[in-house]
Design a protein around this ligand. Structure first.
Ligand code: HEM
Ligand code: HEM
Length: 160
């Protein structure tokens, strides 16, 4: 069985834009603790990492907000009948991902712009949870496509 896509080009573009921003912000994060300490104690914040981390992360918030609006307006899959149990489980997982994608940059922004170190640890903790869920999500997508051979990846990679 080959699954059909219900995602628009805009939804697919936003999916990969968010994925790239999350991966890049994970990689470019070393020294954010020190940058925050400098900011809180009135010292100059040095280096390009904080500039990138803060603004790419804030851009992610905007991307996820637009994504959520588009998702709520246009839905996801083309379904002819009621959703199967597996489709409902996937939907739950996807809403968890949306929640984490909002919570991680929001907690980062509260920490940085709110000038507090009380939410920094939570930002990193929730970020680790998000990375685990993302790994599970990617593994499920690959399992569907290559083991169940249902063409799932074509929903987000519309090559033909
Ligand atoms: C930072 C990384 C990622 C995040 C945050 C993410 C998030 C999401 C979310 C929230 C959805 C649900 C879309 C909706 O129904 O509105 C989705 C769908 C999907 N994602 Fe990802 N994703 C990521 C990476 C990946 C990767 C690496 C792959 C491929 C290996 C992938 C493949 C897919 C596929 C195939 C769907 C459609 C699933 C379906 O309709 O059942 N994603 N993703
Ligand atoms: C998907 C988006 C994000 C990811 C994956 C992410 C990832 C990380 C990681 C891995 C660290 C630990 C760095 C280290 O100490 O070595 C960190 C720390 C930090 N991030 Fe983010 N971040 C994101 C968004 C943001 C945003 C939007 C902001 C601010 C506007 C932000 C502000 C901070 C701050 C202030 C710290 C230091 C926290 C502390 O040590 O108490 N982050 N982030």
């Amino acid at each position: 069985m080959t699954l059909r896509s219900g995602y628009s080009g805009l939804q697919i573009g936003l999916h990969w834009a968010a994925a790239v921003l999350i991966a890049a912000n994970y990689v470019i994060s070393d020294g954010m603790g020190e940058a925050l300490d400098a900011r809180l104690s009135g010292q100059p914040v040095l280096g390009l990492t904080p500039v990138w981390h803060v603004w790419a992360g804030t851009a992610l918030l905007a991307v996820v907000a637009v994504r959520l609006i588009v998702r709520l307006m246009s839905g996801n899959r083309e379904t002819t009948g009621p959703k199967t149990l597996a489709e409902r489980a996937a939907d739950v997982g996807h809403w968890v991902l949306y929640g984490l994608m909002l919570a991680v940059p929001a907690l980062g922004a509260i920490t940085w712009f709110g000038m507090t170190d009380s939410t920094g640890d939570l930002h990193v903790l929730v970020m680790n949870a998000m990375m685990l869920v993302i790994l599970g999500h990617a593994a499920m997508a690959i399992f569907h496509h290559f083991v169940l051979k249902d063409g799932l990846l074509r929903r987000m990679i519309p090559l033909n």
